[in-house]
Design a protein. Structure first.
Length: 326
């Protein structure tokens, strides 16, 4: 290869890396701002918000799938019974995850959502042992043990299990496990399209119950002062959800997994900072201690992941295999 061509190739690869970093960081930044966006949707309740999020996400996905002409892929996925069963389970899990997340915001427990997504990588490692038969490395065992102690401390401080954090972590970890089982045959857009389509019956029932109870805020005018802006914000939940997922997918295609693994801490860190300094949630010494232990566990799990990946790539390089950059 001529030197000039080699330089151009390296420059293009660096440009792709920078774009991937921008896309990946942007996706997690969008997710990190989620509590502020959800708070702006009040006085809508958690059920109404989640129902509209699923409904408008489906609308946005249908528009995008139509524009990019991906309906054949969607039909192929929907005709596969095993894949549909997995995506139906994934839809149920992500629906619960969305509901608990919104409930936490409207009940002023934003810090608990941050804790949930901090715990998620640790729980994912634990699930890989249970369901995939993977073996824990020493640092992983230490990290999970520390995180368990943190959960106990936070539970004692709360007078019960930190159920919001544990539900968010477990539902998302199980969701990721199912999506891993589906594999590359279901891309991010197709997956979200099918999952939100599966949610339609539940969405219809929820919206009917909300309207019947008199708690509906969408397209309602009256003393509450709700108007077009509120309706547009509820509809924008679809753009927010689908947009963040597409940006994330663009970043994931361009970046190695270890970089994406580091970027994932942007969202819970932003959420934690918002909980403390924007929503002014109280943080007792015990709560600070619990979070500190979780952060320590995350440092250990990240170091272990980085070392393991670097070791595998070194072994592959020694064997003459072609690998992606660390």
């Amino acid at each position: 290869m001529a030197p000039s061509a080699r330089v151009r190739l390296i420059d293009v690869n660096h440009a792709l890396d920078r774009r991937g970093l921008l896309f990946g960081a942007s996706a997690y930044f969008i997710w990190g701002l989620f509590p502020i966006f959800m708070a702006a949707l009040m006085p809508a309740g958690a059920f109404e918000i989640v129902a509209h999020r699923a409904l408008w996400s489906l609308v946005v996905c249908v528009i995008i799938v139509t524009v990019v002409r991906k309906w054949r892929r969607v039909r192929t996925v929907m005709s596969d019974r095993v894949t549909m069963l997995r995506l139906t389970a994934a839809a149920a899990l992500i629906g619960i995850n969305w509901g608990v997340m919104v409930y936490a915001v409207v009940t002023e427990r934003v810090a608990s959502t941050s804790l949930g997504y901090y715990i998620n990588p640790l729980l994912t490692v634990a699930l890989s042992v249970v369901f995939l038969g993977e073996r824990l490395r020493r640092l992983q065992m230490v990290a999970i043990s520390i995180a368990t102690v943190a959960v106990v401390i936070l539970g004692l401080e709360l007078g019960g299990l930190p159920w919001i954090a544990l539900t968010l972590a477990s539902t998302f970890a199980l969701y990721a496990l199912i999506k891993k089982g589906v594999g590359s045959k279901v891309d991010a857009l197709t997956g979200l399209t099918v999952e939100t389509a599966v949610m339609v019956p539940a969405v219809a029932i929820i919206l009917w119950l909300v309207a019947r109870s008199g708690a509906q805020t969408f397209l309602v005018r009256g003393e509450e002062g709700l108007g077009l802006t509120h309706d547009l914000l509820l509809a924008f939940t679809g753009v927010w959800t689908a947009g963040a997922l597409i940006v994330f997918a663009a970043g994931a295609r361009r970046l190695p997994l270890n970089i994406m693994g580091l970027l994932q801490y942007i969202a819970p860190t932003m959420t934690f900072l918002l909980a403390v300094w924007y929503f002014n949630e109280p943080m007792s010494p015990a709560r600070w201690s619990g979070f500190a232990l979780v952060w320590l566990a995350l440092v250990l799990i990240t170091v272990d992941s980085w070392r393991s990946r670097t070791r595998r790539k070194g072994e592959a390089a020694a064997a003459g295999e072609v690998t992606e950059p660390v």
